[in-house]
Ligand binder design. Structure first.
Ligand SMILES: [Fe+2]
Ligand SMILES: [Fe+2]
Length: 553
């Protein structure tokens, strides 16, 4: 008798081929789409490297390009899989390949014309002026250095096929690597100029070596060839400076350069936040410290995490007084509002923040984090308040007290969410000892996890453990108890000194004795009202804060 498995495999075998093909297509739809895109880009790139007519030549160059792009794709799949989840990034990478080749063709035509126009000896060295390394520079700035190396490799081989010149392959590869290296730590737009100069120097040296190898270094062809090689770096920096903001705008990408610009606390939005909602401003700066430190331990982009944390609550500027960190004294704006209305006001700060960020042309990555920083979490305080006021006509629904989401889709968004919640809750600790801080961090992050808020991002349990440790460390250093310096009672000390001198004749009193005595008595002084614990409406434990903290967990 046939087993179940044998029956299934037999049924599979007898399935019509078309049906099996349809099934396969549905299961691998994503991969098939990427394959089509890859073939299309190979087609475009092979058009760019065509030097002579003929179907055999075209098919050959198409297949060579497809193999190289497939290698590039495999490398990204192995080492940078995050790029594959974003079609926009993949498309940009493909466009950078074909776009660089296209620009190369345009420059080849222009430089050849210039060479002839200036009556230089024409022997192909005008090619040294083609700014192919711009592609590697852009890839480093937008993606990363690893991707730029593979990009340089592919571009140099394609350029070699196009110009049918192995020495040019070497020239492009070295120039592209130099371009990638030159901007590896680029934090300012002005640094692109230095990058261009660096490429010029490296290209000139490579051109000199190639001329030496070819036996042309001491011929009249050498000076113009070296001049064109030197010019190519300058052109690279000029084109990259122009193209980078265009790409950032159209693809909604945040490069380190634009993130550094947003990190400036004098940015108009941060400046307005400081004036309109100083409590939120300070909260955001601390959240920035937490998120950046956590990003470092989990391998996310620390710079992006800090920037997103700085701007996550900018929407509170519209109605700052409704948020606890900006409330002064005992005035609570929510006292006269229904819980539903209070909840709506709190929820609105996310939408307002997204609108403000869009108005200021923020990168999409940052806008997404602003939108996702509360996920779909519940505003517990007002929901509980609504439950307490429940009537048969008015039964509160959780839906009305949840943020609209979406849940954090990236690790940075999740880090900002957790840092935000932990920072907000940390103020409820009257006596923030390291053990209490650790317990609070543990509780807050566990609540976020159990509420399913970080289900849609790629954080692991190991990451969560490291994030908790890092948050505890930073909060402990922020809230560390200052040493209570003893207060010197100068008046009492004078009396003691008088008594001591009367008792001991000419012997002077030891000053330290009076100070120690005052130090002990200082311990018994009553603490200020600030130190007295009050009830925390979120956790039911002690809290000196007003009740409407917008953190939901
Ligand atoms: Fe918020
Ligand atoms: Fe916040």
């Amino acid at each position: 008798m046939k087993s179940g498995l044998q029956k299934i495999s037999a049924a599979k075998k007898h399935k019509p081929l078309i049906e099996r093909f349809t099934e396969y297509r549905q299961q691998h739809r994503d991969d098939i789409t990427k394959l089509y895109v890859l073939l299309f880009l190979s087609f475009l790139s092979s058009l760019m490297i065509q030097e002579r007519m003929g179907i055999d030549h075209f098919v050959g160059s198409f297949l060579l390009t497809a193999i190289l792009l497939m290698m590039f794709y495999k490398d990204i799949r192995r080492y940078k899989p995050a790029y594959l989840n974003d079609y926009k990034l993949l498309l940009l990478l493909g466009l950078l390949v074909t776009g660089t080749l296209m620009l190369g063709r345009i420059f080849e035509y222009l430089l050849a014309g210039l060479y002839r126009g200036l009556d230089f000896p024409v022997n192909g060295y005008s090619l040294f002026g083609i700014p192919v390394p711009l592609g590697a520079m852009l890839v480093t700035l937008i993606f990363d250095f690893h991707t730029a190396i593979i990009f340089s490799f592919v571009m140099s081989l394609l350029s070699g096929i196009w110009l049918n010149n192995p020495l040019y392959t070497l020239y492009v590869f070295i120039g592209s690597l130099a371009a990638a290296f030159s901007v590896i730590r680029c934090k300012k737009r002005s640094a692109l100029i230095m990058g261009g100069i660096y490429v010029s120097i490296v290209n000139s040296m490579t051109a000199g070596i190639i001329l030496l190898f070819s036996g042309d270094l001491f011929t009249p062809a050498a000076p113009p060839a070296l001049m064109f090689a030197a010019m190519s770096g300058i052109m690279v920096s000029a084109i990259v400076s122009f193209l980078l903001p265009v790409i950032e705008y159209f693809f909604g990408i945040a490069t380190d350069i634009s993130l550094i610009e947003l990190l400036d606390l004098n940015h108009p939005l941060m400046h307005n936040l400081m004036i309109a909602a100083s409590g939120t401003y300070h909260h955001s700066v601390v959240v920035g410290n937490l998120a950046e430190a956590a990003a470092e331990v989990v391998g996310a982009n620390p710079l992006l995490a800090r920037v997103c944390a700085y701007y996550h609550d900018i929407g509170k500027m519209k109605m700052p007084d409704y948020f606890v960190e900006n409330q002064k004294g005992s005035v609570n704006r929510h006292e006269k509002l229904t819980p539903h209305m209070s909840g709506m006001i709190l929820i609105s700060h996310v939408k307002e923040g997204v609108e403000l960020a869009r108005q200021h042309k923020f990168p999409k990555t940052v806008i997404d984090v602003i939108q996702q920083h509360h996920g779909t979490s519940l505003i517990v305080y007002f929901f509980q308040k609504a439950l307490e006021q429940e009537t048969s006509d008015n039964i509160p629904s959780q839906v009305n007290y949840r943020y609209p989401g979406p849940k954090p889709q990236t690790r940075v968004a999740a880090l900002v969410m957790m840092a935000d919640a932990v920072e907000a809750a940390s103020h409820s600790l009257a006596e923030p000892t390291p053990a209490r801080i650790m317990a609070l961090v543990e509780k807050i992050i566990n609540n976020i996890f159990l509420d399913g808020q970080i289900d849609e991002c790629e954080l692991t349990l190991k990451d969560l453990s490291e994030i908790k440790q890092r948050f505890t460390y930073i909060l402990t250093s922020i809230f560390h108890r200052r040493i209570e310096y003893p207060e010197i009672d100068m008046k009492g000390q004078a009396h003691k000194a008088e008594r001591a001198s009367a008792e001991a004749g000419s012997q002077r009193p030891a000053p330290g004795a009076a100070i120690r005595g005052n130090g002990n008595s200082n311990k018994e002084q009553p603490k200020t009202d600030k130190d007295k614990p009050a009830l925390n409406q979120e956790s039911g434990t002690q809290s000196p804060r007003l009740p409407d903290r917008e953190t939901a967990v």
